[in-house]
Design a binder for this molecule. Sequence first.
Ligand SMILES: [Zn+2]
Ligand SMILES: [Zn+2]
Length: 177
Amino acid sequence: MQCPSCKKSALVPTKFADGLPSFTCPSCEGHLIEILSYRFWSERASVTARDSVNLVASEPTDSKHALVCPQCQKVMTKFSLSGSATNKIDLCGNCGRFWIDRGEWALVRSLNLDTSLTQIFNEPWQKAIRQSQASLAKSHRLRETLNAEEYQRLVDLREWINGHPAKAAILDFLRLS
Ligand SMILES: [Zn+2]
Ligand SMILES: [Zn+2]
């Protein structure tokens, strides 16, 4: 199997963590992992097994281009990890293998997803991420439109409304005015 990301080397069978086999690219150090093996590992993963993952101490890399599954040649789907991280995990929906780029596991771990990664492959998770990205973008645009003092007033106002027992009525009032 050729590396789906850098395409420079053939993947080598190795061990991603204790009890979790993977195929690794010696050139770009990405890993191809079977979702079934991962599920099996994550359900049983002890602290030692979780710690046995070799966390690369570098900025996580991310394959930006579409990857073709090295196992079955189908195009893999990208799944976001969180609203703030731009990194995406590539999953082959056909044969159930996913691709982790070099350094990406440290990010997965920092998001506390190392034993529950499969939840990101679900639509509700991805929808929540799209919504949080949209609201981040909105507040970013607003921040550029308002000056610092105005923006702070707005933030204070939101806090006041959110904590108010008549929140619903206040929001209705604002919408109608
Ligand atoms: Zn590679
Ligand atoms: Zn596949």
